[in-house]
Design a protein around this ligand. Structure first.
Ligand code: 26V
Length: 820
């Protein structure tokens, strides 16, 4: 193994990197280092850098153990890490010396960094949040680790063909993954199926789980390197492997060979693929298997390492905290109960006390379709012991509620965990944990007053808000190095990278002419870079002097890419009517993946591309409008797009976006938000002030009121508003060069089914807001001032602040300094 880098001078380190890198190429590939491909160079450099972190990793674990540090485990079914080479180099503080070392070998570091393939182990916001949290926990010296799944295939890769989305499997593990370490010695067994038998042993009722199928859970650990400190935490991802001797040779000869092969296939399927966020496709048994698989393995490994400390089991909540990222890991609750009762021999009441104190739950959506429910029969068959525990939790909860409500059955049914043949995972999570939080102020209020109202009345003390955040180390220092440098020069310190609230001082320079010019130049250069990428990849020429107006996020009806698209079509119509119409040139950029089975979303992609085709080839609007759809939105594409954005589209139907985190990434890079008062946009507005954001549209309370009491008719709007009628007619007429009826689903959504997300209702207000943007952008000084205020204020949205609140208010843990 390569030795550590502790205590080396810069020159020594440079020489060491050169040597280690070249030796690694030889030992990995048996070739002359000069002949290595860029990808081989990446693999070698990655190995070297990973090994540099080992010293600190060991040191961190030793420190945690010796000092009995309370450990937090962040359980998430997704971790959307993005590339790690740049990130690790920055956090180890050796990127510059590494660049020099390689350049002395005639190699450009940036080329190697570009060669890394990103693991797409997440759908969007939820998975990316988990990754930002890992970076913050390590960088702040908090003992916080991740627990998740090592999917063989990540989220699909998106290609656009003839304007349609096509999904290609993401075989990210076809080459080895540099950043992981396989730890077969820490494997666990997870049990599926079988039966449960109860028996009296020593006068106590005991459960026996029999005839189950065992599956090996093999952990792969990824070091999570903190910035500017010695902390290296662990992200543990589990992979399923068959148990070799389940169907032994004796059973082969009895003709069970087929069964043995089927068993292997079943096991491998568990961690084979990440499910796309598709709320239409529910109740997939494999998904339930995934959830229990990583939960059971994670809890077992936590208990195993806790027991090594030699503390009594009832002390668990003093040393361990499990945060569950949405309900996907909610089986933590019955699993911990199972271990405490069946394996540790605790009585129910004590086990329940320990469990509820150890677990905390974060809710990430109020969309009813996305709230998890599992059919009783499925859980009973797949997880018989877990089912009996859930049943007992439910029984005790319901009888307590019956008493409290004086026999109000209706209320008890509404709050029950098991109801109508299904298990309600959000109810299980709320009842079985000590803390329930939403992810923005507005979202938490909606949870308390609407979605989980009954529970809020029952346990007001459990509910709290933790507004999301993003790591400014990836989204500013790494993605926009020129802007990061300017901030450091302006503040005359780079301490803000450790203490992001210092970024607020950048706001003091909002009126400073020089700062304004420098910020504008950086933005322009980033736009030139993106324009170059667009030209190379799509052969579309976009003008970096035009406004770059960007909507980049998953495609969902509630996020209203459709509103943006229809509005572009409206601008096009206006320009066709009056070619001298004075609108400031704009480049509309979209990037979005739709779930493979989400038909409406896929039609919206086709519509955007159809509008793009119409607009981009029409010489009449050539200097005013351009529309580009960038395929395969992912973390590394976001890092290219966001620093180049002037306008950030955050236009979800109010009340629907729990928080949003893209909104924070854009403001941090100096884009001005056009948005509704939804999710964290509300707090962004508070942070920058009304004059530095452009707000439009219905309020959450108005939207909720329409849902409850009716009163909105989209077909009336269609009748009354000529602009809207024209747009809708264009959709279903022969305006676009598409098969007839192509956009019928969109038409039906907007008109036949009364426009569930108020696209047409908010159209007018959105147009006004867009005209305001147009006017503001022309006022160069004003716009630059707004940019600086947004950049400075974005310090508030660093995930360091979010994590500090989790640490103080939910986890009750303190920062520790790992010694050299
Ligand atoms: C739903 C499903 C349904 C079944 C298949 C797999 C799957 C995976 C993900 C989801 C959606 C989970 C909810 C979610 O991603 N919420 C987002 O969380 C962000 C971080 O808190 C937040 O910023 C976004 O507003 C919120 O939509």
């Amino acid at each position: 193994m390569i030795g550590g880098i502790k205590g080396l001078s810069k020159e020594e380190l440079k020489e060491k990197i050169k040597q280690d890198f070249q030796r690694k190429i030889i030992s990995l590939f048996a070739i002359d280092p000069k002949e290595a491909t860029t990808y081989q160079q990446y693999l070698a450099l990655g190995e070297v850098i990973k090994e540099y972190s080992f010293e600190r990793w060991l040191q961190t674990n030793k420190y945690y153990k010796q000092n009995d540090v309370k450990q937090v485990y962040y359980f998430s079914i997704e971790f959307l890490l993005g590339k790690l080479l740049v990130n690790n180099l920055i956090n180890l503080g050796i990127r510059d010396v590494c660049r020099e070392a390689l350049s002395e070998l005639g190699i450009t570091l940036e080329d190697i960094e570009e060669a890394e393939r990103e693991p797409g182990l997440g759908n969007g916001g939820l998975g990316r949040l988990a990754a930002c949290f890992l970076d913050s926990m390590a960088s702040m010296g908090l003992a916080g680790h991740g627990n998740g799944i090592r999917y063989r295939y990540g989220l699909f890769e998106q290609k656009i063909q003839n304007g349609y989305q096509v999904e290609v499997p993401d075989n990210w593990l076809s080459e080895e993954y540099v950043w992981e370490v396989k730890r077969s010695d820490r494997a666990c067994i997870v049990k599926f199926g079988g039966t449960v038998r109860f028996d009296i042993v020593d006068g106590k009722l005991k459960a026996f789980h029999e005839n189950y199928e065992p599956v090996w859970a093999i952990p792969y650990d990824i070091p999570i390197i903190g910035y500017g400190c010695n902390t290296v935490n662990t992200l543990r991802l589990w992979s399923a492997e068959p148990f070799e001797n389940v169907f032994d040779f004796a059973s082969f000869s009895r003709g069970d060979y087929i069964k043995a092969v089927e068993y292997r296939y079943m096991v491998q399927s568990i961690t084979q693929v990440l499910y796309p966020d598709d709320t239409n496709e529910q109740n997939r048994i494999l998904r339930l298997k995934q959830e229990y698989f990583f939960v059971s393995a994670g809890v077992q490994s936590i208990i195993r390492s806790f027991k090594k400390r030699g503390k009594p089991i009832y002390e668990l909540p003093n040393y361990v905290m499990i945060q569950i990222n949405d309900t996907h890991p909610a089986l933590v609750i019955p699993e911990l109960m199972r271990i405490l009762i069946d394996e540790e021999g605790l009585p129910w009441e004590n086990a329940w006390d320990i469990t509820t104190k150890t677990v905390a739950y974060t809710n990430h959506t109020i969309m009813v379709e996305a709230l998890e429910k599992w059919p009783i029969d499925m859980v009973k068959t797949l997880l018989p012991r877990i089912y009996t525990i859930i049943e007992e939790i439910n029984r005790r909860f319901c009888s307590e509620m019956l008493e409290r409500t004086g026999g109000d059955w209706q209320k008890v049914c509404n709050m029950a965990i098991i109801h109508d043949g299904q298990i309600n995972m959000a109810h299980l999570a709320v009842i079985g944990s000590s803390s329930v939080n939403g992810v923005s102020k507005l979202h938490t209020e909606i949870l308390k007053n609407e979605v989980l109202k009954c529970f809020y009345t029952l346990y007001p003390e459990k509910f709290n808000n933790k507004t999301n955040g993003i790591t400014h180390r990836r989204w500013l220092v790494e993605a926009n190095p020129d802007l990061a440098r300017l901030i450091s020069e302006t503040l005359q310190t780079d301490r803000w990278i450790k203490e992001p609230m210092l970024m607020l001082r950048f706001k003091d320079f909002a009126e400073d002419k020089l700062t304004q010019e420098l910020v504008a130049n950086i933005k322009f250069n980033n736009k030139v870079k993106l324009a170059k990428y667009i030209k190379e990849k799509y052969n579309i020429i976009v003008d970096p002097r035009s406004i770059f107006d960007v909507q980049a996020k998953r495609l969902h009806a509630y996020k209203r890419q459709l509103l943006n698209a229809l509005h572009i079509l409206h601008l096009y119509n206006m320009l066709k009517e009056n070619s001298s119409l004075d609108i400031y040139p704009r480049t509309f950029i979209f990037a979005a993946k739709a779930a493979p089975g989400y038909i409406l979303a896929k039609k919206i992609i086709k519509l955007i591309n159809s509008i793009a085709e119409k607009v981009n080839k029409d010489p009449d609007v050539k200097d005013k409008l351009k529309v580009v759809f960038l395929e395969n939105y992912c973390v590394s594409l976001a890092e290219k797009i966001i620093p180049a954005a002037d306008v950030s589209e955050q236009i979800s139907t109010a009340s629907k976006e729990a928080s949003g985190t893209g909104n924070m990434k854009f403001m941090m890079n100096g884009a001005i938000t056009i948005g509704t008062l939804d999710g964290a946009n509300v707090e962004i507005k508070e942070a920058v002030g009304d004059e530095n954001i452009v707000i439009f549209g219905l309020l959450a309370e108005e939207v909720l009121d329409y849902y409850k009491n009716g009163g909105y008719s989209s077909s009336q709007l269609y009748q009354k508003d000529l602009r809207i009628r024209r747009l809708i007619d264009q959709l279903i007429g022969n305006f676009f060069d598409v098969p007839s009826g192509e956009f019928m689903d969109i038409y039906n959504h907007l008109i036949t089914y009364n426009d569930e997300y108020f696209v047409l209702k908010d159209f007018d207000s959105y147009h006004e807001a867009q005209m305001k943007i147009d006017k503001l952008y022309r006022d160069t000084k004003r716009w630059r001032k707004m940019m600086i205020i947004n950049i400075g204020a974005s310090g508030i949205f660093s995930s360091d602040n979010t994590i500090q609140k989790y640490a103080d208010e939910i986890w009750h843990i303190k920062r520790v300094e790992i010694p050299d």
